[in-house]
Ligand binder design. Structure first.
Ligand code: TYD
Length: 142
């Protein structure tokens, strides 16, 4: 399954400064139902550590930098985020951990769903069981 996709957003800036626009279902693969942002984290914390049964996400470090570890239980990749014009698309059912936040990091997250704590898988062994079951049953990541 696809674990992530890097997205490049257009720069609509001019001599007055930068402007980046992110429209749902065109610049990113889903309609945006929720936006949240994470800041005030530092290089000692690890956030995330979960997978989502339904939600897809796009992450953008609109200021500062952070790293995102993505795994499907088999493969594992680390993506650095440090550009306001660059997004990271995460499909449903990947395990993600965000860490190494710079002091000025503002990590903007767009989600395809409203918040539902029930669709979060927060135990890695449980995640591995579910994802290997889906692989067996041939369920796609969408
Ligand atoms: P959490 O999922 O632990 O954040 P992160 O993935 O960044 O480590 O969320 C922290 C708390 O905020 C937790 O109690 C759930 C709540 N929360 C919401 O109520 N709505 C949301 O959209 C999100 C992302 C979190």
């Amino acid at each position: 399954m696809e674990m992530y996709r890097r997205l490049q957003f257009a720069d609509l800036g001019d001599e007055r400064g930068k402007l980046v626009v992110i429209e749902g279902e065109s610049a990113i693969p889903f309609a945006i139902q929720r936006v949240f942002y994470i800041y005030g984290s530092d290089d000692t914390v690890v956030r995330g550590k979960h997978a989502n049964l339904r939600s897809e996400f796009v992450l953008v470090n609109v200021a500062g930098s952070s790293k995102v570890m993505v795994t499907d239980g088999e493969r594992k990749e680390v993506v650095s985020l440090d550009k306001p014009m660059e997004g990271l698309y995460l499909p449903r059912m990947v395990w993600k951990e965000m860490y190494d936040f710079s002091p000025d990091s503002i990590l903007l997250v767009m989600a395809s769903t409203h918040y539902d704590g029930e669709e979060y898988i927060r135990d890695f062994e449980e995640y591995r069981r579910i994802v290997s079951g889906e692989e067996r049953d041939g369920k796609s990541s969408g």
